[in-house]
Design a protein. Structure first.
Length: 349
């Protein structure tokens, strides 16, 4: 089966994304020798004041993995964003930060996160730099003591600092710029689905192909929100998980009742590895532990919450259709994320 229509539609998305990136002067593409972006993905947008350099990627990778940045030396970014599970915190509904402090949301997979414009489930950060600073300072995450961290960076990292920034002036902003730069290199595009849309018609099983057609169909409408190369429209929606939401989601940012309990559409790349699912890992029908649980929700569990998106409704899928959708989502797993040496924990100074 040739995916011609789909392939065309998808290419359009890439072309539009490319076209909308290039005229904006605040966005500069990363030098290709740093991390070749696969030809079928758009260039990664990069802020003008934080260009990607090899030295900054290396420094950022060390800081991402360095638990000494947290208040008690026990938690690094990588504690909750692990490369073996698509840079999420698999298995935990909510992650534990410093001193075992629990947050209230599920840790998202930060692969291909560079393409997003809103960060956190409610979109409260507008850049990866701001996002990293929030995680770094949050009492439920790293609870960093900035004076102690500045001292540590000055004594342990000076040579890396000079390579990355040209001098040894340590600021928290620069530390976050380095971490964000490393995050911009976390690109995944080697899943069976990527092979399929770039011409290998044998890359998907029959069930996965049926699942793909259903996923992008006007009946299931999954592809309306999980759209584009990263399976997200970067927008906020309510998918009817609860009759009453404790977490008010996007409302907490905009204070607009139309945004009540809306959450950012998560990317589905490597989703097989990032369970549990949804912003809080939970629903009125029980925990969202597996992709089967998620599909069951879209099939039978959707609640009529006032802000629920009309495109989400109980689909009443057959058992075969449910299995096909799950099989398709598993075709979005890129096994090289777990093994790519450039993503792993480096030796720390
Ligand atoms: C204790 C676990 C924990 C630690 C430590 C942690 N994170 Fe997170 N991260 C989370 C959770 C949970 C969320 C979602 C929170 C929310 O939406 O309110 C998140 C969200 C994010 C996002 C947004 C992803 C998206 O799709 O919107 C990025 C990027 C990210 N973290 C990077 C980092 C970086 C960089 C660090 C280190 C400075 C870090 N995280 C430390 C748990 C953690
Ligand atoms: C109206 C937009 C929309 C439609 C249509 C939609 N989704 Fe979603 N999807 C979302 C949002 C938003 C979330 C997060 C919801 C939350 O946490 O409250 C989500 C969450 C998910 C998750 C969890 C991912 C994770 O990392 O936690 C999966 C899997 C998923 N959707 C698959 C599907 C499938 C399959 C379909 C079609 C049957 C579909 N979605 C239809 C917007 C949508």
């Amino acid at each position: 089966m040739k995916p011609s229509c789909l392939q065309l539609a998808w290419l359009c998305v890439v072309v539009v994304a490319l076209a909308s990136c290039s005229p904006d002067e605040s966005l500069t593409p990363p030098p290709l020798d740093i991390r070749p972006i696969p030809a079928h993905l758009p260039d990664v947008p990069v802020p003008a004041d934080n260009p990607i350099t090899k030295a900054k990627v290396e420094l950022g990778r060390m800081l991402f993995y360095d638990a000494r940045l947290s208040r008690d030396g026990s938690v690094a970014c990588a504690s909750c964003h692990r490369p073996d599970v698509g840079f999420s915190d698999a298995g935990r509904t909510v992650s534990a930060g410093v001193g075992g402090a629990l947050g209230s949301r599920n840790s998202p997979a930060i692969i291909n996160v560079a393409y997003q414009r809103h960060f956190f489930w409610d979109g409260r950060a507008a850049s990866l730099e701001d996002q990293a600073m929030a995680a770094f300072l949050s009492p439920a995450e790293m609870s960093a003591d900035t004076i102690a961290v500045a001292q540590l960076l000055r004594t342990i990292y000076p040579q890396y600092w000079r390579s990355a920034f040209g001098d040894t002036v340590v600021t928290m902003r620069r530390a976050m710029q380095a971490i964000a730069t490393f995050e911009r290199t976390l690109i995944s595009a080697k899943s069976p689905y990527d092979r399929f849309i770039t011409g290998d018609s044998t890359a998907l099983t029959t069930s996965q192909r049926r699942g793909m057609m259903l996923f992008f169909s006007d009946r299931a409408m999954c592809g309306h929100c999980h759209s584009g190369p990263n399976f997200t429209d970067d927008q906020f929606h309510n998918v009817g998980l609860f009759n009453h939401y404790l977490d008010r989601g996007r409302w907490m940012v905009t204070r607009n009742l139309r945004d009540e309990a809306k959450f950012k559409t998560p990317s589905l790349r490597n989703v097989e590895l990032t369970a549990p699912y949804m912003a809080t890992g939970d629903s009125d029908d029980g925990p969202m532990q597996t992709l089967e649980d998620v599909v069951e929700h879209y099939s039978e569990g959707v609640r009529p919450f006032p802000t629920k998106d009309p495109r989400v409704k109980r689909l009443r899928l057959t058992e075969q259709e449910k299995a096909d959708l799950v099989a398709f989502m598993k075709a979005l797993t890129d096994p090289t994320v777990a093994t790519n040496p450039a993503f792993q924990k480096p030796e720390l100074p």
